[in-house]
Design a protein around this ligand. Structure first.
Ligand code: PEP
Length: 250
């Protein structure tokens, strides 16, 4: 089976002041020195840090990403940031549909699809997050929930260069809990099947990351699961040493 280049992305969420840019510098230095193994590395700091982080990452293989974007390129949308603005600030990626956006900001699949189109329009790659809640899993609904999120969130014109999927069970985010390795394998197999159906030719090549309480101590076993093409890391991405030891499993 096709084995794409793995991708390890760090989601800083609403964390990070200018004094924390040293963590990004440390990651760039380590990746530049070959300490990250084979994976492609992306850091998604808060948008306020992108412009300061861009010159730090310049010339290193580390790419920057935003954490959300608006569907329009510009206009009367107070407080919003467009994909074009993220690109202009130095981002190459954007996380879309994170569960903290879906749940706290009532983002639905169709909006996430529009945001993903906006990312493509601006020349960004999208990391589209999907994942079931604990209640959905306990009700035996995890697979249909994921199927609906995939069908609703992905534009038809998605390519493996521009789209990355992050499977993040909501109950595993920031909780220290993870699904069993078998459950992760089953879900990644299912997502691959659906991607194949939704996006002919491309679906087979699109990277499917696992996210949810990935730490230095569990990264090796999680990333070794069949069908896992990398990680989306929250809490453990805030410390360069932890993030690098996760990236180094590749
Ligand atoms: C996330 O929010 O994308 C995430 C995976 O968080 P954590 O690693 O902290 O569980």
């Amino acid at each position: 089976p096709h084995r794409p280049r793995p991708l390890v992305a760090g989601n800083w969420k609403m964390n990070g002041l200018r004094r924390d840019l040293g963590e990004i510098a440390a990651i760039c230095a380590a990746v530049g020195a070959g300490d990250a193994g084979q994976a492609e590395i992306v850091i998604c700091p808060p948008a306020t840090l992108l412009m300061a982080a861009a010159p730090i990452c310049k010339g290193s293989p580390v790419a920057l990403g935003g954490q959300d974007c608006h569907i329009e390129a510009s206009g009367p949308f107070t407080g919003e940031i467009s994909a074009e603005m993220l690109k202009d600030a130095g981002a190459e990626f954007v996380i879309l549909g994170h569960s903290e956006r879906r749940l706290d900001h009532y983002e639905h699949d169709h909006l996430i699809q529009e945001k993903t189109k906006a990312a493509y329009r601006a020349g960004l790659s999208a990391i589209v997050c999907i994942g079931e809640t604990r209640a959905e899993r306990e009700a035996g609904e995890a697979l249909p929930v994921i199927a609906a999120q995939l069908a609703g969130s992905l534009p038809g014109l998605s390519t493996s260069e521009r789209l990355v999927i992050a499977y993040e069970p909501v109950w595993a985010i920031g909780t220290g809990l993870t699904p069993t390795l078998g459950e992760i394998a089953e879900m990644h197999r299912f997502i691959r099947l659906r991607l194949d159906q939704l996006l002919p030719q491309q679906g087979v090549k699109i990277r499917i990351l696992y996210g949810g309480s990935v730490k230095p101590g569990n990264a090796a076993e999680l990333m070794a699961v069949d069908g896992v093409d990398g990680a989306l890391v929250g809490g453990a991405s805030l410390t360069s040493a932890d993030f690098m030891s996760i990236a180094a499993v590749y």
